[in-house]
Ligand binder design. Structure first.
Ligand code: TXA
Ligand code: MG
Length: 315
């Protein structure tokens, strides 16, 4: 791969228009959403989308999420239905992705859908993401802006550590407020939770007012976020550590003695926002083992435990 210069852009109007310009010309631009930083490309440009996989060193062509700022634009790409309407009203813009049937002739590269007849769509809430998407006025395909298999980025610095020289630019919008990827809900058939994330499952079920099936671990793996080992720091990760051992980097939760505390007050929203940054930091200190205190398995804790168990999986 040829080394390119990676511009570090701000969220000013001038820099956002530069970012939009780079995207329109087939460039790769990382940008902040409220979940994690995404690596954006023009979703209608096959070459630009192909470059995403190259830049991330993603081993295979997995389907990508398309980001839009406008509901009418979403409806032009996918076949909308009443359940989509209900959850979009409750959670958009926000950390929720919907998988819906792709419309015939929708101007989206086949590389985005990996040839499937469904499309994942999301309307992010972060103002910088919205401003950029409005400036572009079309669908932007964006996986998380990290090298394949590594910890997801919640700071521009994380993006630059992994992707400098591989992408045209990163827009720096500061830390991501949610800090975990979006919840993915399949609505092309019976409602199915495809990935736990920023919108807790219980909140979704309440709004849908119907049973939500859960994808089983043994089901066909269609995505890297669903392979067992993912979000992995270099260090080994030990979960549910009630006692910390000598030499371990200690990632705590609640009132406990540790190196970094996800949330002293046991606030799961705060813990989600800190998770990836703290894994990055402990990893950068060269820890051999990161021991993580138990996290309650409710609300956002379900998504936090999902990411932690993948970080801890054998690789
Ligand atoms: O919060 C997020 O969702 C972030 C930000 C940047 O928006 N994006 C993100 O993208 O996490 P990525 O590529 O790391 O994960 C996308 C997930 C994959 O697990 C993929 O399998 C699933 O979305 N996906 C995409 N299209 C799909 C489809 N048509 N059917 C089922 N799953 C799909
Ligand atoms: Mg990812």
């Amino acid at each position: 791969m040829v080394e390119i210069t990676t511009e570090h852009l701000s969220a000013s109007a001038r820099d956002l228009s530069r970012a939009a310009d780079l995207l329109a010309r087939g460039g790769l631009v990382a940008f902040p959403t409220e979940t994690v930083y995404g690596l954006g490309a023009d979703a209608g440009n096959d070459r630009a989308v192909a470059r995403i996989f190259e830049a991330k060193s993603r081993p295979s062509f997995n389907p990508l999420i398309v980001h839009l700022a406008d509901l009418e634009e979403v409806k032009a790409l996918v076949k909308w239905n009443h359940l989509a309407e209900r959850v979009a009203e409750a959670f958009w813009p926000g950390p929720l992705t919907l998988v819906l049937p792709l419309r015939d002739g929708a101007p989206v590269s086949k590389l985005v859908t990996a040839g499937l007849d469904t499309l994942a769509v999301r309307m992010p809430a972060a103002p910088v993401a919205q401003a950029l998407l409005r400036e572009i006025g079309g669908p932007v395909a964006a996986p998380s802006a990290n090298l394949s298999g590594q910890i997801s980025p919640t700071r521009a610095r994380h993006v630059l550590e992994g992707l400098t020289g591989r992408i045209e630019a990163v827009v720096d919008g500061g830390p991501c407020a949610v800090g975990l990827e979006s919840t993915i809900l399949g609505l092309a058939g019976p409602p199915t939770l495809l990935r736990p994330g920023g919108v807790p499952m219980d909140d979704l079920a309440e709004v849908l007012n119907t049973r939500v099936a859960t994808r089983r671990e043994t089901d066909h793996i269609s995505a890297p976020g669903q392979t067992r080992s993912h979000y992995a720091p270099r260090a080994r990760v030990r979960l549910n550590a009630v006692d910390f051992e000598e030499g371990e980097a200690r990632l705590g939760f609640g009132d406990t003695d540790c190196d970094l505390n996800l949330s002293e007050t046991e606030d799961l929203t705060e813990a989600a926002a800190n998770l990836f940054e703290y894994l990055h930091r402990l990893d950068a200190q060269g820890a051999r083992v990161i021991a993580v205190a138990p996290i309650p398995h409710l609300g956002l804790g379900v998504a936090i435990n999902d990411r932690l168990s993948r970080a801890a999986a054998d690789r």
